[in-house]
Design a protein around this ligand. Sequence first.
Ligand SMILES: Cc1ncc(COP(=O)(O)O)c(C=O)c1O
Length: 447
Amino acid sequence: MPSIPPYNYQPNPYVGLSAQEVIDLRKQYINPVVATYYQRPIMIVEGSMQYVFDEKGKRYLDAFAGIATISVGHCHPYVVKAIQEQSAKLQHSTTLYLHPTIAEYSKMLVELMPDDLSMVYFVNSGSEANELAMLMARVYTENFDIITLRNGYHGMSGNTMGLTSQSIWKYHIPHNFGIHHALNADVYRGPWKRHENNVADRYADEVKNIIQYATSGKIAGFIAESIQGVGGIIVYPEGYLKKVCDYVREADGLFIADEVQTGFCRTGKAFWGFELQDIKPDIVTLAKGIGNGVPLAAVVTTPKIAQAFTQKTHFNTFAGNPVSCAAGKAVLETIEREDIQKNCCEVGDYLIGCLNDLQEKHESIGDVRGSGLMIGVDLVKNRKTREPDFELASQVHELSKDLGLLIGKGGLNRNVLRIKPPLCISKADADFIVEVLNFALNSCKES
Ligand SMILES: Cc1ncc(COP(=O)(O)O)c(C=O)c1O
């Protein structure tokens, strides 16, 4: 049986409601659309770095990080201290008054961006950030159409649901007006595969086709995740976004990089996911890992675009909240102090290598892909047909949890195991992930 690496930490004795009592209260009072993972849901009551504990004190390796949100580690002491100190002094004021942290933090954030991306607007969630980015692009360009990719996930608010393009996340309301979905640059299941010639150009031409056939020829912008997360860790072919960027700019549009999952060095080789594709966006949206679990998000753009947005008053109550900004600042400081990017890169490469080896042993692993600690393991019924194996993915997902490993599921068919741990995991944790998956794949019936 795989055993979780040793960790010197004793969780506090838990004295609250039982899991069953929580289930009962949720059933009675929480909208049933709020779903849980697992046939037997677990209750997480404490966390420390890459590990979480349930109410009985069982420790799990959190290889999903609350959906790629815990960046530097659960309850990282430095971040906790910053939050506690700020909470004790001032929890809220609004940007109508001055506060030092928002100013200091904006400067730190901008210093990590390419040159001209120097204006920040804070919000509370990734959906809000993308909503705002769309609005900014429309206001600045005075064009309306936005192009995005099939299989993407950009949020659940009115307009971002329009961007999001997997049917399970879309309600039957009009939300796609002025939004066009180009063929996804998926080199595993799309029409052009990874090793074919000119694959990046062929997919990029699909964006050009949409501009030419579905719009006036002028667009407000294009938005894409730098690597698709919810969609099952889809890594575009090299040079793809650069070519798309050219087409978008020829049509007077802005390039919006959704860095909600790929930001803050999760992809290991770069601090921002868009750097992997060697592009410079006009607008960047940030959330999730930015606050290591604190509700914080941001839109970063150029002074020119930001200026155009001043033609009306725009306001957000919690924008730049001092506690959230203190957390965000502590996250950046921790990334630097602990050289988190180096760890993410090294452990990520190591883990991808081990998962490639695992693929040799299991016919059901059709593909292993990703960058840094954003990794997908695509389970298939047949390697040739690449037919997704949703049932196997569900079984492996459930059994992994019983073995002490939390992972996610993604892709249109929910057949991709998503591995996105806190960026502080060790090689011993990576070994544990691989041992659990090996054990689970052997135990579950491979179709
Ligand atoms: C790439 C991406 N963009 C936007 C969002 C929406 O963020 P939020 O859930 O904070 O609104 C998500 C959420 O999973 C995401 O993965």
